[in-house]
Design a protein around this ligand. Structure first.
Ligand SMILES: Cc1cc2nc3c(=O)[nH]c(=O)nc-3n(C[C@H](O)[C@H](O)[C@H](O)COP(=O)(O)O)c2cc1C
Length: 255
């Protein structure tokens, strides 16, 4: 069974090369309003979306997000922030301070759990934006590297303490019919979908799971796909930087 929604979801792929065609304000609003219809924890909308339309800022992001030039060429760039600041500011103007003292409620600021919940909200909104865009012929690509260089991005976007740039999306129209290109493979469902209990996989499972992922050339003298991914992703400079950056952000949130 394939309806229009399932077709859009199952034919989506990341788009990193965009035509010159601008995205109209009407379509931009459609994408953002759809994102805002996403489920959100406690209906609190623990996120904000910053549209980046300044070319100077886009060029800075190219560099700070691990040198990805297509960011500067994307007609629409949306930064998704996990955002508890809006609630903290609202609590402040609502005189929560005297209220919590009067009612002997805890005096609390956002902590790690709040950050993770806000990240969930922001990411769910982002993925809704992806699907909404796709449904009107606009492709997209996530930029996970926005979690790197926390101090730089904080300064660049004037981010207050209880926000965190959890993801960024580049949008644009494809240059050619990109739906004719092959979809990137996913693992078979049996390795991803378990019932009731987690299932640890063994070598036999992994050999089967990765049998289509063998490459002609491996990275950094690796002799199999596992070693290749270890060096290319897991211990790569961008991963190490992301860990440093996220740790710094969590420290600031939780102070
Ligand atoms: C959280 C996240 C971060 C990503 N970051 C980047 C990125 O920084 N640059 C990029 O080119 N693609 C990025 N991608 C896109 C993935 O590389 C892409 O989804 C994956 O290779 C599968 O390809 P597909 O989306 O075409 O199916 C990211 C995707 C996700 C979900």
């Amino acid at each position: 069974m394939m309806n229009e929604t399932l077709k859009i979801i199952n034919n989506r792929r990341s788009l990193r090369s965009y035509s010159e065609k601008a995205i109209s304000d009407e379509f931009k609003d459609l994408i953002i309003n759809s994102a805002m219809r996403s489920p959100t924890a406690g209906n609190m909308m623990l996120y904000s979306i910053i549209e980046v339309d300044h070319q100077v800022i886009k060029k800075k992001l190219v560099k700070s997000c691990d040198n990805q030039p297509f960011i500067a060429k994307a007609p629409l760039v949306l930064l998704f922030l996990a955002d508890y600041q809006r609630w903290m500011d609202y609590f402040a103007v609502s005189d929560v301070e005297s209220y919590h003292i009067r009612e002997k409620l805890p005096d609390r600021t956002p902590k790690e759990g709040d950050l993770l919940l806000a990240c969930c909200d922001a990411l769910i909104a982002a993925q809704t934006a992806v699907i909404a865009a796709e449904s009107i012929g606009i492709g997209s690509c996530y930029i996970g590297d926005i979690m790197e260089n926390y101090e730089f991005h904080k300064d660049l976007f004037n981010l207050p303490k209880h926000t965190f740039p959890v993801t960024m999306l580049c949008f644009g129209y494809p240059k050619e019919n990109y739906h004719s290109k092959e979809l990137k493979p996913r693992f078979p469902q049996q390795y991803i979908h378990f019932k009731n209990q987690y299932k640890r996989l063994n070598k036999v499972d992994f050999d089967e799971m990765y049998k289509d992922r063998e490459l002609k050339h491996y990275h950094a003298n690796a002799t199999n796909f596992g070693q290749h991914m270890y060096s290319k992703k897991f211990v790569a400079d961008f991963t190490i930087e992301m860990t440093r950056s996220v740790r710094k952000a969590i420290e600031e949130w939780s102070l």
